[in-house]
Design a binder for this molecule. Structure first.
Ligand SMILES: *Cc1c(COP(=O)(O)O)cnc(C)c1O
Length: 426
């Protein structure tokens, strides 16, 4: 039976525990699993039989979460990781190698810009940054050594919406997978696979868990990419020396990427999600649609109020009728533009820091997607490592504050912003 989203967010991946009948998914707090006999152990290690060996690779609590997120995103499989940043490395790992590059959007989470512009160089990988609203520039940035295209659906911090269908078409024409970071949208607001994404990554730290208790990530595999169509992805299409010459695509078909990520990615990189974190995230996802509806409703009210406030220069919320992304929202995120946006304050950097220090209900933290309303001055914190040009391109100029609207009473959120804006402009 084809259940709806609200049903799947509670039931997908979860069945009564076969040993005890426990209705909620138990936390399988175990490192290892007893083999039935030596033959069973050998079959598991040969990937001839699917089962549990060691919790760096697989764990029943984590497996339930993988199935739930894969189902909500419309993928065939998923691999959970220790953080969103771990998920990004895990997504690229089977595709990349020394001398190869990924084409990425300039509008990304600040930490992702640093990860891609600096840290991946240590692996011999590189990233080419382009404005994903300039489709010709995206196509032009792809060369013979490109192995993936990467963007966010609703882009951090400004809440801009990427034209996923158009970007997917460009990636497809070049024979490349499109990887979409769907953290800010969640599968409730946007389903990137339906717009042509090959892989979807999340920081589950944010809306999926939803209440600021967990650090976690996930890579969802659409199962739609033909890894053997070219010689660009030998780890998946050719005999893989890291797994005694197994040919992942030939052996596992649409699940090649998922199996590779577990059998080699988690085995050797060890960026594993722990079962306790998986349990919290499973519980968070049970209310995802309810929370996202309220995040959107509140964000629309607050952004509309801010837009007409005399101390505000600009509000980037794509859900506003005045946004250049307004039409795109209806196509890419039909249930709303999320709860994340930025405001530009008259009075620049100093007004921003006074504003942030004057807020009382809002928490000043380096996080987003919490039930609580959160604020951060990106230029002095998350985007501090970036050059002024990078800050502006990423939507984090010095006069800009990022706001993550919580699910409190909208009137209380607005009252807090009102008093802090008054103080900021003293
Ligand atoms: C937070 C975030 C990340 C990084 O996730 P962590 O769980 O903090 O490692 C990546 N992308 C986006 C859009 C994020 O908001």
């Amino acid at each position: 039976m084809a259940y709806g989203f609200d049903t799947l967010q509670i039931h997908a991946g979860a069945r009564p525990d076969p040993a005890t009948g426990a209705r909620q998914v138990p936390i399988y707090q175990t490192t290892a699993y007893v083999f039935r006999d030596a033959e069973h152990a050998a079959a598991l290690f040969n990937l001839q039989e699917v089962g549990y060996i060691y919790s760096r690779l697989t764990n029943p609590t984590v497996a339930a979460l993988q199935e739930r997120v894969a189902t909500l995103e419309g993928g065939v499989g998923a691999v959970c990781c220790s953080s969103g940043h771990a998920a990004q490395i895990m997504a690229l790992f089977p595709l990349m190698g020394p001398g190869l590059n990924v084409v990425v959007s300039t509008r990304l989470y600040g930490g992702s810009i640093t990860q891609f512009s600096q840290t991946i160089k240590r692996f011999g990988w590189s990233a080419t940054f382009v404005d994903f609203d300039d489709l010709d520039a995206v196509a032009a940035a792809i060369d013979d050594n490109t192995r993936a295209v990467f963007c966010e659906s609703i882009a951090n911090p400004g809440g801009y919406v990427t034209d996923l269908d158009a970007v997917a078409k460009i990636a497809d024409a070049a024979g490349l997978p499109l990887i979409v970071d769907n953290t800010s949208a969640t599968p409730y607001l946007c389903r990137p696979i339906e717009h042509g994404a090959t892989l979807v990554v999340h920081s589950m730290t944010k809306y999926l868990t939803g209440n600021g208790t967990v650090t976690g990530g996930v890579v969802v595999d659409s199962g739609n990419f033909d890894w053997s169509a070219s010689d660009k992805f030998p780890s998946l299409s050719e005999p893989e020396p890291a797994y005694h010459g197994l040919k992942f695509h030939e052996t596992f078909g649409p699940l090649a990427f998922t199996f590779h990520s577990i059998a080699i990615g988690l085995r050797d990189l060890g960026m594993t999600l722990n079962p306790q974190a998986a349990h919290y995230t499973l519980m968070g996802i049970e209310t995802l649609s309810l929370r996202m509806e309220r995040h959107v409703l509140n964000a629309e009210k607050v952004a509309g109020w801010l837009e007409s406030h005399p101390t505000i220069e600009a509000v980037t919320y794509a859900g506003l009728a005045s946004s250049p992304y307004h039409d795109r929202v209806a196509r890419i995120c039909p249930k709303g533009a999320g709860g994340l946006f930025t405001i530009a304050l008259k009075g620049g950097y100093d007004a921003c820091t006074r504003f942030v220090d004057s807020l009382e209900l809002f928490s000043h933290v380096a996080n987003l997607g919490d039930t609580r309303s959160l604020v951060i001055h990106s230029a002095s914190t998350t985007h501090r490592q970036l050059s002024p040009e990078q800050q502006t391109a990423a939507g984090a100029a010095p006069n800009v504050v990022r706001i993550s609207i919580g699910i409190e009473d909208a009137a209380d959120i607005i009252a807090d912003l009102d008093q802090a804006l008054t103080k900021a402009h003293g």
